[in-house]
Write a new protein. Structure first.
Length: 126
């Protein structure tokens, strides 16, 4: 039979993994919305349509993007509150969930990431 501490640790680990997955899903939704926005604008320009063509749809999309950002902010606050709760329960939050590694095959190199990695001029992007 499991003791209470083991049960709480297991539940904390499940919640931590689900939270990270949700944060990543929100980031992905925002990235996809940005790509849609770019496609809409580039498509209008390529077709040589007026600036007003599709403008209301673009406004709606950016409204949805604002909602995703609000959800992301609420999720960050949830993360902070759960981290405090874990500490109150005597759990080590860092041991409950996956670490946020920012390296790997799925990472897209951007000038900002290059600067963050110590390439102040973004030379590696050229």
């Amino acid at each position: 039979m499991r003791n209470k501490t083991d049960t709480v640790t297991t539940i904390g680990s499940i919640v931590a993994h689900d939270l990270i997955d949700f944060e990543h899903a929100l980031d992905q939704a925002f990235l996809k919305a940005n790509q849609l926005s770019i496609s809409m604008i580039e498509g209008r320009r390529s077709a040589q349509l007026s600036a007003g063509c599709g403008h209301t749809a673009l406004l709606s999309l950016h409204g949805a993007m604002g909602a995703v950002l609000e959800a992301r902010g609420q999720t960050i606050r949830t993360h902070d509150r759960l981290q405090k709760l874990a500490l109150e329960l005597g759990l080590a939050p860092a041991r409950l969930g996956p670490s946020e590694s920012k390296t790997g095959e799925d990472v897209i190199e951007t000038p900002i990431k290059k600067i963050a990695q110590g390439d102040p001029e973004g030379q590696a992007m050229n």
